[in-house]
Design a protein around this ligand. Structure first.
Ligand code: HEC
Length: 166
């Protein structure tokens, strides 16, 4: 009865709820991002330790990459690229980054067949791979992080299926 007598009321209220929901989402998102990236959370620290130990030798201590990383070197291979805003790491979804690190990677146009980016699935635990990816995210701009988060919504990290040792 009420809704029929006053058809404008429900949509108005819905709109109000939507505005409230949106505000909460935005604030929540910003807070989550702050927690993850503005302070040295334990998770980021873990990722940084993995990075320093296993990745920095090729990708640089600050993620600056190798010199002349944009073209093939004398062997006909692409050198290790930077992970910061100038690189293209941020263009890959979580699923893809996980795969590159777990299974290794080489540019299909390299003149050699070896995996120039080594595979880490026998060396790092799944949580360590995710931690190091989260550390790489701290090197990106907020805009890049947002873009990559959108990409990852449909292509997330693989579901963890760690089989406990027998
Ligand atoms: C032995 C040197 C070496 C080490 C060590 C190494 N990488 Fe790489 N990585 C490379 C090279 C070379 C490439 C470029 C491969 C290509 O595209 O041909 C690469 C590519 C990548 C990419 C893809 C980047 C893009 O923009 O497409 C990611 C992500 C990455 N490495 C992460 C890591 C992480 C994380 C570690 C440590 C766990 C690591 N790498 C250790 C050499 C290395």
């Amino acid at each position: 009865m009420k809704t029929k007598a006053n058809p404008g009321l429900i949509p108005m209220r819905k709109r109000w709820f939507f505005a409230l929901w949106l505000t909460l989402m935005v604030v929540g998102h910003a807070m989550a991002e702050d927690r993850l990236f503005s302070s040295n959370t334990p998770q980021l620290e873990d990722g940084k330790i993995v990075y320093r130990q296993y990745c920095a030798s090729c990708h640089g201590t600050q993620g600056e990459g190798m010199p002349n990383w944009e073209g093939q070197n004398a062997l006909g291979e692409l050198p290790a690229p930077p992970h910061g805003p100038e690189g293209h790491t941020w263009k890959h979804s979580d699923a893809m980054l996980y795969r590159i690190i777990a299974e290794g990677w080489r540019d299909p146009w390299n003149k050699t067949d070896r995996l120039t980016m080594p595979a880490y699935q026998e060396i790092l635990a799944p949580t360590e791979i995710r931690d190091v990816v989260n550390y790489l995210k701290s090197l990106w701009t907020q805009e890049q992080r947002r873009h990559q988060a959108d990409e990852s919504a449909e292509n997330p990290f693989p579901i963890q299926t760690e089989i406990p040792p027998e």
